[in-house]
Design a protein around this ligand. Structure first.
Ligand code: SF4
Length: 193
């Protein structure tokens, strides 16, 4: 079996929270129907304490996390480029006019590949969004033949809302999360932009 080589110098800005060496660089803000990423002043290692604060929301619903790009180990990589970044540029609208204050920009795969166009769309990208629009699901879905087997898993994980009923982000859960952060002076002072 081919070894999967990670590029530790390039960060995937849409990594799963459990990826090796992952850091939180954004927190989902906005509204349940129009979620937006609030970027942290500096990346934050994921700890059990932070995950506990988010509970019962799962980390991928409330955090944007980055981790070293898995390159060939990723279902979105075509050998040269990140196809996910390309679909985001092609299909999603720009939603901000200025570059978001993002702490991982220098090392971000999407920024290096697509430049400002990726950043103008990035704040609407939520890793696990169980209220995702049809367009968002289409953008997130890998397209290459190589990934067809993985697609079934993807659909089970992301599209079967019934499987995740108890984890669907609710307004109450998000408000409870922000209430916990509001009491965490250190977090607010040092990390929220
Ligand atoms: S695309 Fe831009 S805003 Fe998004 S994570 Fe990369 S550098 Fe940050």
């Amino acid at each position: 079996m081919e070894d999967i080589v990670m590029d530790k110098t390039i960060l995937c800005p849409s990594a799963r929270p459990k990826s090796e060496d992952s850091v939180v660089f954004g927190i989902i803000s906005g509204t349940v129907t129009e979620p937006r990423v609030a970027y942290l002043k500096q990346p934050l290692p994921i700890t059990d304490e932070l995950i506990a604060k988010a509970s019962p929301i799962t980390p991928a619903e409330i955090f944007r996390t980055a981790a070293p790009c898995a390159i060939k180990g990723c279902q979105h990589f075509d050998g040269n480029d990140c196809r996910l970044a390309m679909r985001i540029i092609e299909k999603l609208p720009a939603i901000v006019e200025e570059l978001p204050p993002c702490s991982i920009r220098r090392d971000c795969r999407w920024w290096q590949q697509e430049g400002k166009a990726a950043c103008m769309r990035c704040p609407q990208v939520i890793t696990d969004n169980y209220n995702a629009s049809e367009l968002a699901v289409k953008v997130a879905t890998p397209t290459s033949d190589y990934n067809k087997s993985k697609l079934n898993l993807f659909q089970q994980t992301y599209c079967n809302k019934n499987l995740h009923k108890e984890k669907i982000m609710s307004l109450e859960n998000v408000q409870a999360f922000y209430a916990k952060l509001a009491n965490d002076e250190a977090f607010r002072t040092h990390h929220l932009s």
